[in-house]
Write a protein that binds this ligand. Structure first.
Ligand code: APR
Ligand code: ZN
Length: 289
């Protein structure tokens, strides 16, 4: 069956849903000015961003990997949540959600590490009456760009740190983005260090070959879900890429929101092609701006 792009029909499904999950990816933050991984924005200097997101790359060249994450941190510090982050944050409040999906639960499972969904949620929470959190509103399954984690296994201390620059050794190198730029070789002693044991620190994100976070909680939410919204992800990286299929196999419905065609979207019940910052608020019947 060809997926539907009918917002009214989606609204009906939404109104009956009991357990809603959202699986989000880099496309959710694209309109905020954060480049996606695959496609046009996927290069940093002359490197494919994905080749730097591995434990091996960090072991081989911590200076280069830190420069890449420093650039991403500085970018994320400059930008703001967009209408899709805001709509999802509003929808995570049961007082707002009850208008369109009464008696439902809601969790946003994001692969993004930029923290924009949390900022949007904090904004929404501060301007609405308090309400209990029945289940996690947001799970950042690939970690957080602003967590700085000790690389020593015996210590492993994690500190949330939004300072700019994160250390003097990295000051200004975020400007070097040209593909012909020389990579400065920053000594390990000048890179971020653990504030507890002084070992070399690493970005607190989940790299390829590492285990995503909160998998037990997520697996339970996915098994229970009867509606899965897939927002701005190429659906190529597992386990997140498999969640929609599980919901579908369990008899639930899937709605994909993407600028373009993405893996597996032909099997979705709904497909809303276009900028997520427009389609998501529209589908959730919330303001675009
Ligand atoms: N609105 C909706 N979708 C968009 C928008 C937009 N404004 N802009 C881009 N997209 C879509 C693209 O069409 C693409 O399908 O967002 C998707 C981004 O895909 P990827 O770059 O592959 O990002 P993501 O799916 O989040 O990658 C998953 O891979 O590199 C690792 O750990 C990293 O979390 C990341 C994971
Ligand atoms: Zn330490």
């Amino acid at each position: 069956m060809v997926p539907s792009s009918d917002y009214r029909q989606f609204s009906k499904v939404l109104s009956k849903a009991k357990h809603i999950i959202v699986v989000a990816g880099a496309g959710l933050s694209a309109a905020s000015g954060i480049p996606t991984f695959r496609g046009a924005g996927g290069l940093w200097r002359k490197y494919n961003a994905m080749t730097l997101a591995t434990p091996q790359a960090f072991k081989r060249d911590p200076s280069l990997v830190w420069q890449f994450y420093h650039y991403r941190r500085e970018t994320a510090l400059k930008v703001k949540p967009n209408a899709a982050h805001r709509a999802l944050a509003e929808f995570s409040l049961s007082s707002i959600r009850s208008l369109h999906a009464p008696n439902s639960t809601f969790t946003l499972i994001t692969q993004n590490v930029d923290g924009l969904s949390i900022i949007a949620l904090d904004d929404v929470l501060s301007s609405n009456p308090p309400e209990p959190e029945e289940q996690p509103r947001i799970l950042e399954m690939h970690g957080r760009l602003f967590d700085v984690k000790c690389s020593s296994k015996t210590c492993g201390y994690v500190q949330f740190d939004r300072s700019s620059p994160i250390c003097e050794g990295l000051r200004g190198v975020e400007e070097l983005v040209d593909k012909n730029a020389m990579d400065p070789d920053i000594a390990k002693t000048e890179l971020p260090r653990c504030s507890k044991c002084n070992a070399l620190a690493r970005p607190g994100v989940v790299w390829f070959e590492e285990m995503p976070l909160y998998l037990n909680v997520i697996d339970k939410l996915v098994d229970k879900a009867d509606l899965c919204l897939v927002v701005g992800t190429s659906s190529t990286v597992y386990p997140a890429a498999g969640y929609a299929e599980t919901v579908s196999q369990n008899g639930g419905q899937v709605a994909v929101f993407n600028l373009d065609r993405s893996d597996g979207d032909e099997d979705a019940d709904f497909l809303f092609l276009g900028p997520g910052e427009e389609t998501v608020p529209k589908a959730l019947r919330l303001k675009t701006d």
